[in-house]
Design a protein around this ligand. Structure first.
Ligand code: HEC
Ligand code: HEC
Ligand code: HEC
Ligand code: HEC
Ligand code: HEC
Ligand code: HEC
Ligand code: HEC
Ligand code: HEC
Ligand code: HEC
Length: 381
């Protein structure tokens, strides 16, 4: 009997103690936390500000969702310890954003929260900043994206038309290989920012019978063009005159000379037997056309991307509002053209042609037959 009574008293006391402890804990919790279930997170006075932005992250849209990312056991301590940290936290529901070959550094480092807010945002895609480019400029220097020769998709802040913010299979975070990327927009005629018509680059690339400039054929657009705004004409990687006529200086053609180191010589000497193939005997025709006060620029004769004629020679060039045909014909040791600038003329490296046209006085002396013969034997080899 006694034993039984003692057992009952003990059980009652224990039960009372346990209940009391529960009440104490609950009370303590209530004081510290002001809420008792995760279900009321958003509506509670503490987090009343949440859920008011334009875009709510779906799991943070209801009180129940809080516990998906936050440790509920921390309730009593008012802790916001995360179940696990980004990016693993995010990859529970989202596909791996760093699964491609080239990973954007902040993504590789799991810094999802350097661009995204976890709960809600007034900006699309839960971005921290109101515009895509502004988001990029939190880490990349905005000043390097300004220049007097703009590129519309960059100026309009459409960085992600060309770059993946996460990871890609192409270098420089590009969404596609360079050629495909550029031709996706440059597949038709369009106007530049000054209203000048730009011919379709895709047509130049795939046109029938086109002989392409080698780097263009290989799709190396960015060997010649900067993709982002700079000050150079057509965002070329070096200077290149915009006009048809200009007084010659080596610096003004640094763009072409970057790759064609050897051709520089052709614009330095009025007579040559090796500096260029564009010569009549030793009379350097590159020099005669280009190296003068009102020299013709390369584009008077050469196309930049490709042409139907050998040597990238144009079909025609525009002069004022007229288009003048060049009618270039290549021969084994020279060529001929019949532009509107002068009557039909021929040049030949081995046996110089006698063109009956009036010209400015020639510098230097003609090569003697012996020298010509030697240089032509060299050319044949
Ligand atoms: C998708 C995961 C996720 C969900 C769902 C989520 N959170 Fe968070 N929360 C985070 C992350 C990540 C941080 C840490 C932010 C930081 O370090 O900048 C955080 C931080 C917080 C903080 C600390 C202060 C702040 O805003 O940075 C509070 C408070 C918070 N969360 C409340 C909540 C509430 C309440 C809910 C439910 C309505 C909720 N969270 C749902 C991921 C989540
Ligand atoms: C519990 C699952 C879950 C977790 C964890 C989660 N998300 Fe989400 N997230 C979603 C759902 C569901 C959507 C809505 C999907 C949709 O609209 O297609 C979404 C949408 C998004 C969006 C697009 C929002 C929009 O407006 O288009 C971004 C950005 C995003 N989540 C980032 C994150 C980041 C960063 C993390 C980690 C901190 C994370 N998510 C963790 C479920 C989750
Ligand atoms: C450098 C900034 C940046 C970082 C870092 C970043 N994101 Fe994004 N994220 C963006 C941008 C910009 C978009 C919008 C892309 C769009 O609209 O096509 C986006 C879109 C999303 C989307 C919605 C569309 C989609 O692609 O599914 C999800 C989900 C997302 N990010 C998750 C993540 C996760 C997870 C991480 C971390 C591993 C992360 N992001 C890191 C900038 C970033
Ligand atoms: C949180 C900081 C951060 C943000 C925001 C950010 N980046 Fe980056 N980005 C980096 C770092 C760090 C590197 C690697 C170092 C470097 O090359 O400057 C990088 C490199 C790059 C590269 C060069 C990749 C390569 O292979 O050389 C590109 C392209 C790029 N980011 C584009 C963007 C775009 C587009 C945005 C906006 C959607 C953006 N970044 C936003 C930090 C950031
Ligand atoms: C028309 C496509 C295009 C757009 C739009 C574009 N980029 Fe790029 N970006 C490129 C290409 C192509 C490269 C690679 C250049 C190279 O390798 O020479 C590049 C390179 C980069 C790099 C690497 C460093 C460098 O300058 O070479 C960063 C960072 C970058 N871009 C950020 C941005 C940001 C930020 C924006 C938006 C303001 C943006 N890009 C818009 C095409 C683009
Ligand atoms: C060998 C150097 C070189 C390569 C490679 C090159 N370009 Fe060009 N591009 C030029 C030059 C030079 C001009 C300026 C021509 C002028 O106005 O005199 C130009 C002009 C342009 C223009 C203005 C329209 C026009 O044709 O006058 C566009 C658009 C263009 N390039 C796009 C591209 C794209 C896209 C690629 C890659 C498929 C590419 N370029 C490759 C040298 C190059
Ligand atoms: C998202 C569309 C888009 C993509 C992708 C694009 N461009 Fe453009 N590009 C334009 C538009 C629009 C113009 C005409 C307006 C202007 O000049 O900004 C232009 C103009 C140009 C010009 C003439 C610039 C001038 O001075 O007027 C060149 C050169 C050029 N792009 C080269 C490229 C190269 C190289 C690539 C690939 C790296 C490329 N573009 C990718 C839309 C694009
Ligand atoms: C990115 C390097 C690069 C740039 C810049 C460049 N070229 Fe070229 N060019 C080449 C290569 C490579 C070839 C083919 C190899 C060769 O025949 O020498 C070539 C071939 C040529 C040819 C044809 C040669 C022949 O015998 O058929 C001409 C003409 C030419 N380039 C003119 C120019 C002019 C004019 C410029 C400046 C507007 C220029 N190039 C800028 C790389 C370049
Ligand atoms: C008056 C027309 C004309 C002008 C202007 C002109 N070229 Fe040429 N160029 C030619 C002809 C024609 C050839 C072909 C020579 C041959 O192979 O018979 C040629 C050939 C070339 C070649 C191939 C190598 C060689 O010399 O045979 C290069 C490179 C070249 N030109 C670059 C340039 C550059 C750079 C400029 C501007 C600084 C320029 N050209 C200006 C007509 C011209």
């Amino acid at each position: 009997m006694d034993n039984r009574f003692r057992t009952y008293s003990f059980l009652i006391a224990a039960a009372l103690f346990i209940s009391f402890s529960f009440i104490l804990v609950a009370f303590a919790q209530k004081k510290a936390f002001q809420t008792d279930t995760a279900a009321s997170c958003i509506t509670s006075s503490c987090h009343a500000a949440m859920g008011k932005k334009k875009h709510i992250h779906q799991p943070a849209g209801s009180g129940e969702g809080c516990a998906i990312c936050h440790e509920v056991l921390m309730k009593g301590e008012h802790g916001f310890k995360l179940q696990t940290s980004a990016p693993e936290l995010c990859y529970q529901c989202h596909e791996n954003k760093a699964d491609k070959k080239f990973k954007h550094t902040p993504v590789q480092q799991g810094m999802c929260l350097s661009c995204h807010l976890p709960h809600e945002s007034d900006n699309k895609r839960l971005l921290i900043m109101p515009a895509i480019d502004a988001q990029c400029f939190t880490c990349h220097d905005e000043n390097t994206f300004k220049g007097s020769a703009p590129h519309t998709p960059v100026s309009e802040g459409r960085c992600i038309d060309c770059h993946s913010p996460h990871s890609t299979d192409n270098p420089k975070q590009l969404v596609k290989p360079v050629l495909d990327l550029c031709l996706e927009c440059h597949n038709r005629d369009m106007k530049d920012t000054k209203g000048v018509t730009l011919p379709s680059t895709k047509n130049a690339h795939t046109g029938k019978g086109m002989i392409l400039h080698k780097p263009f054929a290989e799709g190396k657009c960015i060997d010649c063009h900067y993709p982002h705004p700079v000050k150079e004409y057509r965002r070329l990687k070096g200077s290149y005159p915009e006009e048809f006529y200009t007084s010659y200086s080596e610096g003004s053609y640094s763009f072409c000379f970057k790759c064609h180191q050897g051709i520089k010589k052709a614009f330095k000497e009025p007579r040559t037997l090796s500096g260029t193939g564009f010569r009549n005997g030793n009379l350097n025709l590159h020099y005669r056309h280009v190296t003068r006060a009102k020299g013709r620029t390369c584009k008077t004769c050469h196309e930049h991307h490709g042409s139907r004629n050998p040597g990238l020679i144009r079909d025609a060039f525009s002069f004022g509002n007229r288009t003048l045909a060049i009618k270039y014909e290549k021969t084994e040791t020279g060529g001929s053209c019949a532009p509107a600038c002068h009557t039909s003329v021929k040049y030949d490296r081995c046996s110089p042609e006698d063109n009956m046209i009036l010209t400015t006085p020639r510098e230097g002396g003609d090569a003697v037959m012996e020298e010509l013969k030697k240089s032509c034997e060299k050319e044949k080899k």
